[in-house]
Design a protein around this ligand. Structure first.
Ligand code: F6R
Length: 612
């Protein structure tokens, strides 16, 4: 959903901006641009397509350029995921005012831009974007003081924004403002960065200030000043150390980040388990701030997420109902936020988000907070909005996830929430010691079993070769693996662009079975569990319509109706989703690779969906 970066310091400004944008490219990649100040003039360069296109379009003289006699350079950059206005050079950021005094990059959506634009009739607009209105408002509101102009401008804006600006009228400073879109200041030695995420600044610093809603301010080469619209006082913000390393954002010999992240799963899951499970005891030290009394009294759980994180919510519904024996409801953020949900007291509301910045999930969180219900975030990014706004947050310790298709964050979410579910079940005394130990043991073994799956992927590659030219896939499963059918289908469609449906196998006969013919590959989850015989009946229904059946199953499960059998390590039925998703991630990956897709940055998608 657009990535922004700004820099002030003594490094080569172009290198910093381009390298930052390349790291931000996962957030949007339909056009990009940079702006710097040179001889007190704003220089702006923009291009459609990938950052490499922008980079190759820059004049060579600019690349060796260093601004200002004191050795400090400053500039801003942007990579775009189009919302208002098609991807084009005119619509690419940075945007500039009529007199070329101010230049801005923006992430978010200005919802009232048309109304604001109608009041700026004497201004010359050159794009279809909502952003451009902001720079013209700054121009209108500027009376010799940038901070005043920013304050008076952001008071008029409705919607979300992370904004970074430079001005030739106050040339030694970067200016910024934030509401509902992430913006982080990176503090280096005699240099400062500002960007949409920490990843783009990791090569330079690990010290960060996470800006809060309604913050605005300025960064010079000597100080950072942060004000807040609500209090209008100078703010003191803590500096956070993030222990991610630059190596974590390298492909490390893998062809794509997605493949690297699939292979990282055993290690990150092990880390999540060993951080919280000590022999038979589960400890959530600082993460869970709720009292035992509050947890004991929980009578209902509501889980909200989007996309893959929603699929994690669905799996957890089955798991929680099994171990907690209380009703569990799930919803996607975009639906929850607009429905008249009846929220009862003693409900724990869980929000799952890898990025912690998904707009619909955050909007739902803010609604729930008004009801004063306990809120628990499950998140991979320290300092993200979800992290800061939920009452407690479980950190899923997966390291940066860069591939747009979520893989290790999904299994990380499941492992952490399973451990939380068992922790809560112990407090609420809804689980027998025997079942608690069985499940805990099965969770312990998950990393090793995933290692086994990853140690030989030749059969999955073979299947990919057999089926990559197909136009439609069906994924079927029942019970706790039904959400894995949804997730398998989502992985395939988002990175290969092949149409795929995930369905509860028992629902086939109510309509979708009409789709099946001999051209249709059907991926069915038939691992051991209480519903295996039911799955077999569904398998027969599918096979008798001549579909090609690919089954995920265990040693000893036999059926003549299975054409291609992927044998997986056997585990507890309730833990099996965490294993079963891995071959489906790989199948989608290898199919997309054979089709030469842009796997880490599929068309039309962005990693962090910070707009509604
Ligand atoms: C799919 C995928 C998306 C995200 C969704 C929510 O592979 O990655 O569906 O899961 O956009 O993102 P987060 O988890 O950051 O809220």
């Amino acid at each position: 959903m657009c990535g922004i970066i700004g820099y002030i310091g003594k490094r080569n400004i172009i290198e910093v901006l381009i390298s930052g944008l390349k790291h931000l490219e996962y957030r949007g990649y339909d056009s990009s641009g940079i702006a710097i100040l040179k001889e007190n003039k704003i220089l702006r360069y923009r291009a459609t397509g990938k950052i490499s296109k922008l980079e190759s379009s820059l004049p060579t003289s600019l690349i060796s350029h260093q601004e200002s006699s004191n050795g400090y350079s400053l500039g801003i950059g942007h990579t775009r995921w189009a919302t208002h206005g098609k991807p084009s050079e005119e619509n690419a950021h940075p945007h500039i005012d009529c007199n070329r005094n101010f230049v801005i990059v923006h992430n978010g959506i200005i919802e009232n831009f048309l109304e604001l634009k109608s009041k700026l009739q004497h201004h010359k607009f050159s794009s279809e974007t909502d952003t451009e209105v902001v720079v013209h408002l700054i121009e209108k509101n500027y009376n010799g003081n940038m901070l005043e102009a920013i304050k008076n401008t952001i008071k008029l804006l409705e919607g979300s924004y992370a904004i970074v600006l430079i001005s030739r009228l106050e040339p030694q400073k970067l200016f910024f403002a934030r509401k509902d879109s992430p913006l982080i200041i990176g503090i280096g030695e005699d240099e400062t960065f500002i960007a949409s995420d920490v990843i783009s600044m990791l090569g330079y610093t690990n010290k960060f200030i996470f800006l809060e809603n309604y913050d605005y301010g300025e960064i010079s080469n000597t100080e950072i000043k942060i004000y807040n619209l609500n209090s209008e006082k100078l703010q003191q913000r803590s500096v956070n150390i993030v222990n991610w390393t630059p190596q974590m954002i390298e492909k490390s010999g893998f062809k794509h980040f997605m493949l690297k992240e699939i292979y990282e799963q055993p290690q990150v899951l092990r880390e999540n388990i060993t951080a919280r499970v000590f022999s038979e005891e589960i400890v959530f030290s600082e993460e869970i701030k709720f009292t035992k009394k509050l947890l004991k009294n929980i009578q209902k759980i509501l889980i909200i997420g989007c996309g893959t994180s929603y699929h994690a919510a669905l799996v957890c519904k089955y798991f929680f109902e099994h171990v907690l024996k209380i009703p569990v409801e799930t919803d996607v953020g975009s639906e929850f936020r607009y429905r008249e949900c009846i929220l009862q007291k003693n409900t724990l509301v869980i929000f799952i988000s890898q990025s912690g910045e998904t707009a619909d999930t955050l909007a739902s969180l803010r609604i729930v907070k008004q009801y004063k219900l306990p809120t628990l975030g499950v998140c991979n990014v320290i300092g993200s909005s979800l992290f800061r706004e939920a009452d407690s947050t479980i950190y899923i310790r997966c390291g940066p996830e860069i591939g747009v298709a979520s893989t290790k964050a999904f299994t990380g979410q499941l492992v952490c929430l399973y451990i939380f579910g068992l922790y809560l079940a112990k407090i609420k005394q809804t689980i027998s010691q025997k079942r608690y130990i069985e499940l805990l043991n099965s969770i312990y073994k998950v990393p090793t079993y995933i290692e086994q799956i990853l140690s030989d992927t030749s059969y999955i590659k073979q299947l990919a070769k057999m089926f990559y030219t197909k136009h439609d896939f069906l994924y079927l499963a029942r019970g706790i693996n039904y959400p894995i059918a949804l997730e398998g289908a989502l992985k395939l469609k988002e990175i290969s662009y092949i149409h795929a449906e995930g369905y509860p196998a028992g629902e086939m006969k109510h309509g979708p079975i009409a789709l099946i013919d001999k051209e249709m590959p059907v991926v069915i989850i038939a691992t051991k569990g209480s519903l295996l015989q039911k799955v077999f009946s569904n398998l027969e229904e599918v096979k008798s319509r001549e579909a090609k059946v690919i089954a995920l199953t265990n040693y000893g499960v036999e059926s003549k109706s299975i054409d291609y059998k992927l044998v997986l390590p056997e585990t507890d039925e309730f833990v099996s989703p965490i294993l079963n998703v891995v071959p489906l991630q790989l199948l989608a990956y290898y199919i997309a690779d054979l089709l030469n897709r842009e796997i880490d940055q599929p068309r039309n998608l962005a990693k962090s969906v910070t707009v509604e």
